[in-house]
Design a protein around this ligand. Structure first.
Ligand SMILES: [Zn+2]
Length: 346
């Protein structure tokens, strides 16, 4: 439950976004307010993103992308989602598979996406937003698997990001993004909480570089990992007292998607280090978007709702086991993706 954006700032950002938007584009209501820009050549970084894509839309577009891989017409899920957002004004609550099927039929019939979206003022804007959030979620990778009692590498195309809770460990969650928090100061919850047992192995969602590690008054023992394209910062907080991280976790270390990085706990809400001051053990998972480095820390931070993303990630959990020698949990099946090439330790 760690927060960097005060309620006031968050509301202010949304209000500014709404003003910009209504000036440029008419009126969007409620949660679908976005900082839409019709002219991406302005080069102003996007200032706020409301990620409203439903789980069903994520799942269906992902399946369309994966199943068409290698076919004459390969659907790009980010393009599919950008089109759908244009059609529904970024309100996916009424999403129906039919709208996606109609689109993929047009595409497979030979009409290209440029043609279909040429009158859609915000298509490029949504594409930039979804690219920042989901840009590295689907692609080619290799993963170890077992075949006839031997461990072999298998090349795949699909979801290459992992659930932050290791396979076979139970947890519960609900959509708690932007709920009120009061510790320290009144603010909104900028992440997603996964309630589980202390010591549950926590896994890296995406490959990247450890950018911060250590104690933070709100997050307790926490790890911050930046994606290689620098657009996403994953914040894992409230890790276990006394033994929060696996030994590999140091500032600057490269981690692979699916690696065990630490253990679930209840630290935080304390100036003093190594204190359990959270009521219920959970992992706070924050997903921050960075279009420009000025948005990394401070009042310009952009955090997105990870609830539906988490539901998607539950389809891909990393299996782990306890290494008897070190006592640490480690992944059972190794993983490789092209982004790791040339990176230290990979
Ligand atoms: Zn939280």
């Amino acid at each position: 439950m760690v927060i960097a954006v005060s309620r006031k700032k968050l509301l202010l950002t949304a209000a500014v976004s709404a003003a910009l938007l209504s000036a440029a584009a008419g009126y969007f209501s409620g949660r679908s307010v976005m900082t839409a820009r019709s002219d991406t050549s302005m080069q102003e970084p996007i200032k706020w993103v409301d990620f409203n894509v439903s789980y069903e839309a994520l799942r269906d577009t992902m399946e369309a992308d994966i199943s068409s891989y290698g076919e004459a017409v390969h659907y790009d899920w980010i393009e599919l989602l950008s089109y759908l957002a244009c059609v529904n004004g970024n309100d996916f609550s009424g999403y129906k598979e039919k709208s996606l099927t109609e689109l993929t039929e047009k595409l497979s019939g030979g009409t290209d996406m440029d043609e279909i979206t040429k009158e859609m003022k915000y298509y490029q804007y949504y594409k930039e937003c979804f690219e920042a959030i989901l840009g590295e979620y689907i692609g080619e990778f290799a993963v170890q698997t077992e075949s006839d009692d031997a461990v072999v590498w298998e090349k795949k195309y699909g979801l290459k990001v992992f659930c932050p809770i290791a396979k076979n460990y139970s947890f519960s969650h609900y959509d708690d993004f932007a709920n009120a928090r009061t510790y320290g100061y009144s603010r909104l919850h900028t992440g997603h909480d996964l309630f589980g047992s202390i010591g549950t192995p926590v896994v890296a969602i995406e490959s990247g570089v450890v950018e911060s590690v250590g104690w933070n008054r709100y997050g307790g023992w926490r790890i911050g990992i930046r994606s290689f394209d620098k657009k996403r910062y994953y914040y894992y907080a409230h890790l276990r007292k006394d033994h929060p991280y696996t030994p590999v976790i140091k500032e600057g270390a490269v981690v692979k998607a699916g690696d065990v990085i630490g253990y679930l706990g209840m630290t935080g809400y304390s100036e003093k280090e190594n204190v359990n001051n959270i009521n219920r053990p959970h992992l706070h998972m924050g997903i921050q978007l960075i279009f420009d480095e000025s948005q990394k820390d401070g009042s310009n931070e952009i955090w997105v709702d990870g609830y539906n993303i988490l539901k998607l990630l539950q389809n891909n959990c990393s299996e782990v086991y306890r290494d008897e020698e070190s006592g640490e949990y480690v992944r059972r099946y190794d993983y490789y993706e092209a982004l790791l090439e040339g990176k230290e330790g990979c």
